[in-house]
Design a protein. Sequence first.
Length: 111
Amino acid sequence: MRELICDTCRQEFALDEIELKNRVIAQDENGDDVIEQYFTCPLCGEDYSVIILDRQQEELIKKRRQIRARVNRAILNKRADRARKYAEQEQELKNDIRCREEMLKEKYGGR
C-alpha cells in the first residue's frame, strides 16, 4: 500500500484514506468547465491537485482507454503486429495527454 506524506503537517496517510474530489476552477474558451481533481489531507485539510481536465483532455483520455482495450484484445487474439500498432498509437496519445496536462497546469494552475 502506498503512503503519502502531507507537505504541510508531515502526517503520513495511506492512499486508500483519501477521497478524490472535483471542483470547477474555470470555463474554457468554449464555455465548458475546467475541472480540478484533488484530495485533501485528512489531518490538516491541505488540498493537493491531482489533475486539471478540460473537455479536450477528457476526450484524449477516453480515446487512450479505447486503444488500450484494442491492444489487450489483439494480445488475447495473438495478433502481435496489431497489438504493436495499437501500442504505438496509445503511446502517442499518452504523450499528447502529458503535454496537454502541463499546458492546463500552466494556464489554470492547481490550487
